[in-house]
Ligand binder design. Structure first.
Ligand SMILES: Cc1ncc(COP(=O)(O)O)c(C=O)c1O
Length: 380
């Protein structure tokens, strides 16, 4: 039996056309894009072409794309960069309890330094209330940082409404779009997003490249001090091969976005329908409709997620658990806990995330494996 990978929200395999595009940049075109000689010029053009491709998928200008090493760096750059650049204007940042650790831990670090952080609560779908967001904004608020799509449940935020509110109150809006970018339309200009973090390895580029999209006019301090790369926004010699790959992955994602989203949503619905028909006491977490097309977070009552994950792994199926084992007790993830999910369900939550190479056969094999497995775990 072949292996089945249903953990595309963790990372994705590099797409063959992306690999083909990046390989020449390790040998033939190895120059440093800052060098003015032929070897540098060869690759400078490729970096700028990649920047245009990323900007085209993101709905921004190429000059607004700042390449980073990953989504985590982009989130750090956005939050710490705005906090430092606008320190004199206030010390307040608004975020939510369901953000990725890249945002949560960055805000916690700033809290240690004396910034005041508002942690918005969320409803049972994982969304903060807009009136609570509006009420939290004060004259000292520097930044709102809320995610586009939740990595565990796929719940999509009302990004445009958040952006309008932020604009009305003249507060900068940073959106962690790492999970959304390449899966659903993300258009920073049309949506009114000031800063957006994205990451290559979530859409078929290799690990080690990301970007922060910085709308022109945004005041931002750099995280790294050094050379003048990325228009003084991000020092350090560029990861040329990674950047070229990211550009190619954006081009591919943009060309097939709507069709691929439809295909994945059909597979996801097949999985969810199959589970609910075959296994009693299950529930799908996250927003019922406003959700990423590839993500299905399913709770199996009275099952320990890590046991289910382990048994699926033995059968060759890679999924991820929404729970973390801390000192022997299985704790539901901070996302599911914030959504106030009943613990008997929360501790048995598994995330299935589909992607480019997922097929109907993969889903059907998982649907055949799950019922006896869940029954055995419930009876053990
Ligand atoms: C929502 C979200 N933000 C940020 C990150 C971090 O991205 P990276 O792995 O590129 O650092 C992830 C990765 O899983 C994510 O899902």
């Amino acid at each position: 039996m072949g292996l089945i990978y249903l953990d595309y929200n963790a990372t994705t395999p590099v797409k063959p056309a992306v690999l083909e595009a990046l390989l020449p940049f390790y040998r033939q075109q190895f120059g440093n894009p800052s060098s003015i000689h032929w070897a540098g010029r060869q690759v400078r053009g490729a970096v700028e072409e990649a920047r245009e491709r990323v900007a085209a998928l993101a709905g921004c200008e190429p000059v607004e794309v700042v390449f980073t090493s990953c989504g985590t760096e982009a989130d750090n750059m956005a939050i710490k960069g705005v906090a430092a650049a606008r320190r004199g204007e206030g010390n307040h940042i608004i975020t939510s309890r369901v953000e990725h650790p890249a945002v949560i831990n960055t805000c916690l670090a700033l809290e240690q330094q004396g910034y005041d952080i508002t942690w918005l609560e969320v409803d049972r779908h994982g969304l903060p209330a807009l009136d609570e967001l509006a009420a939290a904004i004060t004259g000292r608020t520097l930044l709102i940082s809320l995610m586009f799509a939740n990595n565990e449940t796929g719940t999509l935020s009302p990004v445009q409404e958040i952006a309008s509110l932020a604009a009305e109150r003249r507060v900068c809006f940073h959106c962690d779009a790492v999970q959304a970018f390449g899966k659903v339309p993300v258009n920073v200009r049309e949506m009114g997003i000031g800063l957006a973090a994205i990451s290559g390895h979530k859409l078929g580029a290799p690990k080690g490249v990301g970007a922060l999209l910085v709308r022109t006019g945004t005041k931002l301090h750099p995280l790294l001090n050094g050379g003048s790369q990325e228009r003084n926004r991000r020092a350090g010699t560029e990861n040329v091969a990674g950047i070229v790959a990211f550009g190619k992955a954006c081009e591919l994602a943009g060309a097939g976005l709507a069709d691929e989203a439809q295909r994945l949503a059909t597979l996801r619905d097949r999985l969810e329908r199959g589970v609910s028909e075959r296994i009693p006491h299950t529930r799908v977490n996250g927003h019922p409709t406003e959700r990423l097309p590839n993500t299905s977070n399913i709770s199996f009552r009275d099952v320990a997620a890590d046991s289910l994950l382990l048994n699926l792994d033995i059968a060759g199926v890679a999924v991820s658990s929404g729970s973390a084992c801390a000192s022997g007790t299985l704790k539901p993830s901070h996302v599911l806990a914030a959504m106030d999910l009943d613990p008997v369900y929360a501790r048995g939550s598994v995330r299935f995330s589909l992607g480019a190479e997922s097929t109907e056969e993969d889903v059907d094999r998982v649907l055949a494996l799950l019922p006896p497995l869940v029954e055995r775990l419930r009876n053990s």
